[in-house]
Design a protein around this ligand. Structure first.
Ligand code: SAH
Ligand code: MG
Length: 213
C-alpha cells in the first residue's frame, strides 16, 4: 500500500497542516512564468521539512539544490533570526530567482546562497550543521552523503528528497545513473548503524535520518 493519494483527502490535510505564507504561494506560482522547473517540494513536504528542522531546534541548516528557493523558505522560516541556511545552487538563473524569493519571504538575512557546483562548494564548507537537506542531482548522492556526514553534528538530521525517483528505485529495469545514485545512497544510509533512518512517503519520498554519533 502506498500513501493515500486521494485528492480530496490530500487537500484536507494540506488545508490544515501545510498552510503557505503569501510569499511561498507566489514563489510556487511564479516558477512557470520565470521558466523555473516545477520540481520544488510540495507544501506538505515543505511543512514536514520545517517541522523536522524546528524539532531539533536547528540553528544551522545546509541545503543542496536551491532551485527557486521554495524549500529554502520553508527551512529558513524554521530558524531563529540569528540562524543560518546555507543553500547551494549551480544555475545562475535559479539562484537569481531564489535570491528574490528569500527577500520576498523576509528571510534573506538568514540565507547564505552559494552559486556553484554542489561538490565544489561542499568541499569548502565546515560544520557543524544541525540538518542537511539533499535535493540536487542524484548520481553523485553517495559523495554528497560523505560530505553531509562530515558536516552534520551528532544528533543532526539528514534529509533527502526524491527517495522513490517516481517509483524507479524499485524497478529493476531502471538503470540510469540518477536511479543508481539514489539506490546506493538509500542503502548506504539504511545500512549505516550510525544513522537511524526512515522514509516518509510524502510526494516522491523523503528520507529522514538522525546521525546518532
Ligand atoms: N530544493 C528545491 C528543488 C531543487 S531542484 C525546492 O524544493 O524548491 C534541484 C536543483 O539542483 C536545481 O535547481 C538544479 O539546478 C540544482 N543542481 C543540480 N545539480 C547540481 C549540482 N551538481 N550542483 C549544484 N546545483 C545543482
Ligand atoms: Mg526534489
Amino acid at each position: 500500500m502506498t500513501a493515500p493519494r486521494d485528492e480530496r483527502l490530500m487537500r484536507y490535510v494540506a488545508g490544515l497542516f501545510a498552510r503557505e505564507i503569501d510569499a511561498l504561494r507566489s514563489i510556487r506560482a511564479e516558477h512557470k512564468a520565470y521558466d523555473i522547473p516545477e520540481i520544488n517540494v510540495s507544501p506538505e513536504e515543505g511543512a514536514i521539512l520545517q517541522l523536522l528542522v524546528r524539532a531539533v531546534s536547528a540553528r544551522s541548516v545546509l541545503e543542496v539544490g536551491t532551485l527557486g528557493g521554495y524549500s529554502g523558505v520553508w527551512l529558513a522560516l524554521a530558524l531563529p533570526p540569528d540562524g543560518r541556511l546555507v543553500t547551494i545552487e549551480g544555475s545562475d538563473k535559479h539562484a537569481a530567482f531564489a535570491r528574490r524569493s528569500f527577500e520576498r519571504a523576509g528571510v534573506a538575512g538568514r540565507v547564505d546562497l552559494r552559486v556553484g557546483d554542489a561538490m565544489d562548494v561542499l568541499k569548502t564548507l565546515s560544520g557543524p550543521f544541525d540538518a542537511v537537506f539533499l535535493d540536487a542531482d542524484k548520481a553523485p548522492l553517495p559523495r554528497y552523503l560523505r560530505e553531509a556526514d562530515r558536516l552534520l553534528r551528532p544528533g543532526g538530521l539528514l534529509l533527502c528528497d526524491n527517495t522513490f525517483m517516481e517509483g524507479k528505485v524499485a524497478d529493476p529495469e531502471a538503470q540510469g545513473s540518477d536511479v543508481q545514485g539514489m539506490r546506493q545512497f538509500n542503502s548506504a544510509v539504511a545500512n549505516e548503524p550510525r544513522f537511524l533512518s526512515a522514509v516518509i512517503p510524502v510526494r516522491d519520498g523523503l528520507l529522514v535520518a538522525v546521525k546518532l554519533r
